[in-house]
Write a protein of this length. Structure first.
Length: 558
RNA sequence: UGGGGAAUGGUGUAAUGGUAGCACAACAGACUCUGACUCUGUUUGUCUUGGUUCGAAUCCAGGUUCCCCAGCCA
């Protein structure tokens, strides 16, 4: 399943720092961590972080821990803990035995909190949430000290222990670090270390009624695990002084360093957890693994190979400048990987019946087709050919423009691996809709070449009417119709055409026989993968991505 | 002068005082039993103003623009 990750040592400022730390002997082994909060599914932005942290561990012969930052039981669920592990594995990374939870350290964290109190560095604040907010000041005005800031160590200890014992209601009190209410950096204005939360925790159950904040738990967890380089995104840059303050005041076993990089942004895509969650809960998509979702689960279901995701995050690099990557870059990586690996098959998405009038009734034959034009080792397969076939509706035009090379009245084209055919007659129904084409074929062109050397300008895919298998095919387009959708009002930017379901499609028998979810190229169409909605009597395929289509671009230009 | 960060083609990212490179995109062409793939070529860039230097994307000074921070979220 999870193939081995083969990250190469691409260079970036973080790897430069690590190399320097190794060279100077500051560290002899590098330890990183990927610390997701289990409150949602992983998305492609996380893939960047995962590849960075696990990739660094591989390249520098260190290790990378998977640590769940489970400090807020009101938002976290076991479902997410499970999906995150599955997604990291699918991406091809392995944490070995190093699976941890911040909740593993709750007792130690608590003891250290008492120590802070004893050293006069933390106090219990009885102010309401509102009072704390008001007294924190603003971006340009300093805050005011809490009236409870100078309680005695004994009183603080007593109160904190009673908070732990569950004596108080949610929000009644918090434990705060005593730093500086006038600090320009708001994170240093006596940040909250513990809050009262009477909630069921996925791992510790009802054992605790107080929970550490991210700021308090994260750095200490890093230290406990011996993390050398704690890599996070830019918005935590302001937290670094607090991260270091805590590490400095506590008897931690190590002093990890925090480094920040710019998170991934993609055109036509929103990656905020809030939006993703609302997309799912609001029914705008069909679950976290809807193929239109930028989640890892969505990409997987859509048929995107993990190697393509890895290649993508490698290509975009790691830097400190905010940026928005063109989603076309991701699409390129997907096509590149799939073109290399996907076996070729034929499928007709919108069938148009063709009767080859001069092909003898009742006759049929077997035709050999290659599975991959660039890989002879992929072998061949047999296709059935007969008098009645189906071609793609888009491949016929009754009144074609000049540059249309496909089938049209009187025009000769090649059926891939089959024969040259020429359109003789267009059959329409009462409504004027084209329902059938009458064509003739040249028996001498079997296999696709004319002995007289004449050329055709188009080669088309086709399926024998006799053994084509019905299938449903789901075509996905961008979930958002604007390059830069607005997170605040994302519903307005949703693309109403993001999902198109083709129920009358046909696939060749070998496609129907495939049981695994391996990606395939339907020739001239794109890459497809069998969806899990398939059953014994119903075939469903997702289009992972279409082939590049320069003809469509030409048409669009007019 | 609240604090913290960032500015290199359309996009992303290199160059660590010495020829501004790579990839994607775009455009043009070649090839082709997939209008795919592949190949060839082209266009486009150092935020700004000064300074230091033989030489500046890089160092210095000023300016401009953008991003983050006022959760008992992470």
């Amino acid at each position: 399943m999870a193939e081995a990750a083969t990250a190469e040592a691409g260079r970036d400022f973080i790897r430069d720092i690590i190399q320097a730390d190794l060279d100077s002997k500051k560290h002899t082994q590098i330890v990183t961590r990927f610390p997701p909060e289990p409150n949602g599914y992983l998305h492609i932005g996380h893939a960047k972080s995962i590849a960075l942290n696990f990739g660094i561990a591989q390249e520098f012969a260190g290790r990378c821990h998977l640590r769940f930052d489970d400090t807020n039981p009101t938002k976290e669920e076991q479902e997410y803990i499970d999906s995150i592990q599955a997604d990291v594995r699918w991406l091809g990374f392995d944490w070995g035995g190093h699976l941890y939870y911040a909740s593993d350290y709750f007792e130690q964290l608590y003891q250290w909190a008492e120590l802070l109190i004893q050293n006069g560095l933390a106090y219990v604040d009885d102010q309401s949430q509102e009072e704390i907010r008001v007294n924190r000041g603003t971006l340009t005005e300093p805050g005011k000290n809490s009236p409870f800031r100078d309680r005695s160590v004994e009183e603080n200890l007593d109160l904190f222990r009673r908070m732990k014992a569950g004596e108080f209601q949610n929000g009644a009190r918090v434990l705060r670090a005593k730093i500086d209410m006038a600090a320009g950096n708001i994170n240093l204005r006596d940040p909250v270390l513990y809050r009262i939360l009477h909630a069921h925790h996925p791992r510790t159950g009802q054992a605790w009624s107080i929970y550490p904040s991210y700021d308090y738990a994260h750095g200490q967890s890093d230290a406990i695990e011996g993390i050398t380089h704690s890599i996070c995104t830019l918005e935590f840059e302001d937290h670094r002084p607090l991260y270091e303050w805590l590490l400095d005041k506590l008897p931690v076993p190590a002093k990890p360093r925090q480094y920040e990089f710019a998170r991934l942004n993609l055109t036509y895509t929103l990656l905020s957890k809030r939006v993703l969650t609302e997309l799912v809960r609001g029914g705008h998509v069909n679950g976290w693994d809807d193929p239109r979702m930028p989640t890892i689960a969505g990409l997987r279901r859509r048929g995107v190979p993990p190697a393509a995701v890895r290649e993508f995050v490698k290509r975009i690099g790691v830097a400190k400048a905010n940026s928005v990557v063109d989603v076309g870059m991701l699409e390129f990586c997907i096509r590149e990987e799939l073109n290399r690996t996907a076996p070729r098959r034929m499928a007709v998405l919108r069938p148009l019946k063709v009767v080859i009038e001069n092909y003898p009734e009742g006759q049929s034959e077997q035709i050999e087709a290659v599975n991959h034009p660039d890989d002879p080792a992929a072998g061949t397969r047999t296709l059935h050919f007969g008098r009645e076939i189906y071609i793609e509706r888009d491949d016929f035009m009754e009144n074609p423009p000049k540059k249309f090379f496909r089938l049209s009245p009187g025009n000769e084209v090649r059926l891939r691996y089959g024969y040259f055919i020429t359109c003789r007659e267009v059959v329409k129904d009462a409504a004027g809709e084209i329902v059938e084409l009458r064509c003739s074929y040249d028996p001498a062109t079997r296999g696709g070449n004319a002995p007289d050397g004449r050329k055709v300008k188009a080669t088309m895919h086709w399926l024998s009417a006799q053994d084509a298998v019905p299938a449903e095919i789901r075509i996905y387009n961008q979930l958002f119709q604007k390059p830069a959708p607005e997170a605040a009002n994302f519903a307005a930017d949703l693309n109403p055409q993001s999902l198109e379901v083709l129920t009358g499609a046909l696939v060749e028998p070998s496609v129907a026989a495939a049981t695994s979810a391996e990606p395939m190229q339907f020739e001239r169409q794109g890459y497809f993968v069998r969806d899990r909605d398939s059953s014994a009597d119903r075939l469903v395929f997702n289009r992972t991505i279409g082939l590049r289509d320069t003809f469509a671009k030409e048409v669009a230009k007019g």
